[in-house]
Write a protein that binds this ligand. Sequence first.
Ligand SMILES: *Cc1c(COP(=O)(O)O)cnc(C)c1O
Length: 373
Amino acid sequence: MVDLKGQYEKIKNEIDEAVLSCIGSAAFINGPQVKEFQSSLENYLKIKHVIPCANGTDALQIAMMALGLEEGDEVIVPAFTYVATAEVIALLKLTPVMVEVDENTFNVTAEIIEEAITPRTKAVVPVHLFGQSCDMETIMRAAEKHNLFVIEDDAQAIGADYTFVDGSVKKAGTIGHVGCTSFFPSKNLGCYGDGGAIFTDDDELAAKLRMIANHGQAKKYYHSVIGVNSRLDSLQAAILNVKLKKLDDYAAARQQAGDFYDEAFKNIEELQTPVRQKNSTHVFHQYTLQVKNEKRDRLQKHLEENGVPSMIYYPLPLYRQDAFKNYVAADFALPVTEKLCDSVLSLPIHTEMNEETLSVIANCIKEFFEKNQ
Ligand SMILES: *Cc1c(COP(=O)(O)O)cnc(C)c1O
């Protein structure tokens, strides 16, 4: 699904140098690489504060802790996402309220959010799924109207550009009150281990986020609030300093692969290719098809038999996970989410794909639909 080794080989000299220099300096924790990365990412995202942390899940948890949400507060979250988004809500004894996503974009919308608002709703977590930004302009308007915090889960869409109606452009993850991302190796900006970051333009919130990520410490050995220990280590920051410079090129490579697939599948009626939004660029964390007429599992088997990897993101709505059964009624179901879980299939997409690999994959899929009319 990804080719991290091939990617490394192309940037080996730069990476090795950065890593060796970091080890040589022995500043493993909070070394200068971390500060450099923080400020480079602030510049790239055009945001005032980036707070690096240990992983994307921690980023979400720290964000929710810093916003002062209290036990029983409701947080709206799509049911079609990676578990981390909802897990931290439950972990903090907040109440996850699982909602539908749009059938074409896989993202939550302002309308869906507004329908789920109750007097207990305090926050919403739009997830920019698979690499496109949610429609943040309408979501922010709804949030303002109902006095909700907006925590963007930008783990899959770092680098995507969102365009407002007036033509202004912002990076996904920098529009809500706080944005969270992950540098897990297979993410669009991946390190060689775990990493994450939190973004905000709010000075006061940034100070709280920084404090919570560092044991609730305002001054060394003086702890104002209960916090966590969540750091991006210097080695990972050293790697990210090299890779951030290439992020836009990497996105372009992913977009090229996406364009190739779109073209290859345009005449296959039983496939819906990813719908490209007008107000967001697509950085293709995943290239996700919808396979019609219940042919998804058979197509996946055909691919497997021909040595082509594919993945189902995600096979089960969050509300059907055992871990969340106490948060929903036994018969709770969201029809679009159900349909997506039964029909989505993600194809290999990464920065090192060439036409030959893409053709092999595309031909294998075409062959399936020729044989299975
Ligand atoms: C990867 C991911 C996370 C969690 O990031 P980790 O670094 O693995 O903790 C959260 N939300 C979404 C949507 C993700 O894809």
